[in-house]
Design a protein around this ligand. Sequence first.
Ligand code: FDP
Length: 368
Amino acid sequence: MADDRNGRYALALTIATVRPLDYRSGRAHRAPRGGTMREKGQSLQSHLVDEVTAKRIDEGLVTLLMDLVRPANEISVEVNRAGLVEILGFAGQQNVHGEDVKKLDVFADGLLVASLRETGAACGMASEEQEDIIAPSKRGEGAKYLVFFDPLDGSSNIDVNVSIGTIFAIYRRKSPAGPASKDDFLRKGVEQVAAGYFLYGTSTMLVYTTGHGVHAFTLDPQMREFRASQFDIVTPARGAIYSCNEGNSSKWDAATRGYVESVRTGGKGRKPYTSRYVGSFVADFHRNLLKGGIFLYPGEVQASGPPKGKLRLMYEANPMAMIVEQAGGLATDGRGRILDIQCLDVHHRTPLVIGSKEDVEEYLSFYK
Ligand code: FDP
């Protein structure tokens, strides 16, 4: 914890010196040799300290991750209160207290940006909510990392009380100093140093990877602290679930239509797959990660050129592709690996087929 140039690592320093109590036994966590102790119930802070000790991540990344955790904690509270918007007022209006009420996704975006700018852990940001790249605060100009996020993915589900999420992807800068340059943002997903999502569901969860396995943490709603619920998640090699918006099938290419028809009807001694589609990417992805299966948001066939996707490469497809690959699965746009796509614009869209390895391989076989 030597580098404290702008006070950016103060939080990480606090985390490192105060060892939290064990969740169930009440005993303090013993500092693990080599920082490898991973047990259920461990606090996120304690786990991140262990990851730093084991040299799997650095302090700058811890600060950045905690900059995402704090607003996610607040977003979770507001998501639970979302129904009250009916009573308290709508976006662009004033609530009964005479305060301005923002739409929840705009509110979430504001929280994330403010948090990241405050500590200066990011040299630049790009958000689904904002057209342009977001400049860092002055103290962030020297930071190593830049971050993409979708503050509230699946936001059309907010009004109907269905799970939604926040997705993020973190890259190391290429430019030497100052605010991140445009080239710092136009990257391939394979260059991500960390990726994850917060799922605001029946519980609020964080699932993340830094390239050393996929780990899940659940928010304790009383303590407002994330506690480890699963380390080193491995997704089943094959699932029995397919997730897609079949209402779009007339716009898909023949290979995709053929594949979906095959899993829907079964055959070759195989039972038909179960269809599950929430319409919130984080929720659909999370279920399939744990249970196995395939999520498809194929592109729409165009008169010329490749099929046009809906989902965003940098803050939807890439972070989930990094997670799924870490968990043993695959992600493709139907032509190649998602993580190898060169980003052309921060809001680049792509077709996406993601999930269990054998399921995605079988999908790709329909192109042969
Ligand atoms: P939403 O439009 O509600 O924000 O990319 C955003 C997303 O949701 C994903 O979360 C979801 O998987 C997908 O779009 C749903 O799209 P369709 O309504 O076209 O099925």
